[in-house]
Every structure is written in structure tokens, then in C-alpha cells.
Ligand binder design. Structure first.
Ligand code: HEC
Length: 114
């Protein structure tokens, strides 16, 4: 238990260092669909503790790396591992604050992309 929380602290500290650069990347590549601070727009809000398509770190990495092409989430561009880590850290940091909006995207219609 002690070891587990110790490991968590280390992981959290590492992730924290990635949050700020992740935010820059997010604002540049993702915010037009997911809103500044992940509050949602054309895409679903991401400031939720649980993301149904990205419940695990691995799933989140996959969603960011590959997109969800048939659902209107594009693969944004080729990301370096570092950039991917930063985006993952930032998206996870969003989930740690209380959601300010309904977890549902404004519309579930098949987005034509933007
Ligand atoms: C063109 C618009 C668009 C862009 C750009 C975009 N997304 Fe998405 N994203 C979507 C849509 C639409 C969905 C919902 C897909 C669905 O219905 O399952 C989604 C889903 C997601 C999910 C899963 C949410 C859940 O509830 O499980 C994550 C995580 C995510 N996006 C992260 C990102 C990140 C990080 C970026 C930037 C690298 C990004 N998206 C860029 C449109 C976009």
C-alpha cells in the first residue's frame, strides 16, 4: 500500500512536468473540437474522470495516436512519444477537476469533421 502510493506519487510528479507543454499542444491541435480546457465543443468534453473510449492510459494513447476515424476524431498528426506523453498527461489532468459541463457532447451526430 505504501509502495503503491509512493509509486503513484512518482508517476504523478512525472506527469505533472508534462502537463504544461501538453496544454500547448492540446490548444493547438485538439481545442477546436474539444474546447479550451477540454470543456467540449464539437467533440465531447474531456474534463471528466472517466473517458469511455480512453479508460486506460494505453487506450488514451491509442485514441490520441490513431484518432477514432469513423466517429469524427481525426488522427491529428504524427506525434513524437514525448508529445504523446504530454498530451496524455494533460488530458488526464483535465479529468482531475470537476466537470463543468454535461459529459455528453452537444450532439452525438456523426460529425463531418472540422
Ligand atoms: C476534428 C475534431 C477533433 C479533433 C481535432 C480532435 N478530436 Fe478528439 N474526439 C472528437 C470526436 C468527435 C470524438 C468522439 C468520438 C466518439 O463519438 O466516440 C473524440 C473523442 C476523443 C476522446 C475520447 C473521449 C471519450 O469520451 O472517451 C479523446 C480522449 C480525445 N478525443 C482526445 C483528443 C485529443 C488529445 C486531440 C488532439 C490531439 C483530439 N482529440 C483532437 C473530435 C476531435
Amino acid at each position: 500500500m505504501v509502495i503503491a502510493s509512493l509509486l503513484l506519487t512518482v508517476a504523478t510528479a512525472q506527469a505533472a512536468a508534462n502537463v504544461e507543454p501538453g496544454k500547448q499542444l492540446f490548444n493547438g491541435m485538439c481545442a477546436r473540437c474539444h474546447g479550451i480546457d477540454g470543456t467540449g465543443d464539437e467533440g465531447p468534453s474531456l474534463n471528466r474522470p472517466t473517458l469511455s473510449r480512453a479508460a486506460t492510459e494505453e487506450a488514451l494513447r491509442e485514441v490520441i495516436r490513431d484518432g477514432i476515424p469513423d466517429r469524427g476524431m481525426p488522427r491529428v498528426r504524427r506525434l513524437t512519444t514525448n508529445e504523446l506523453n504530454q498530451l496524455v498527461a494533460y488530458v488526464r489532468s483535465l479529468g482531475r477537476v470537476t466537470a463543468t459541463r454535461s459529459p455528453r457532447p452537444r450532439s452525438r451526430k456523426k460529425s463531418a469533421g472540422c
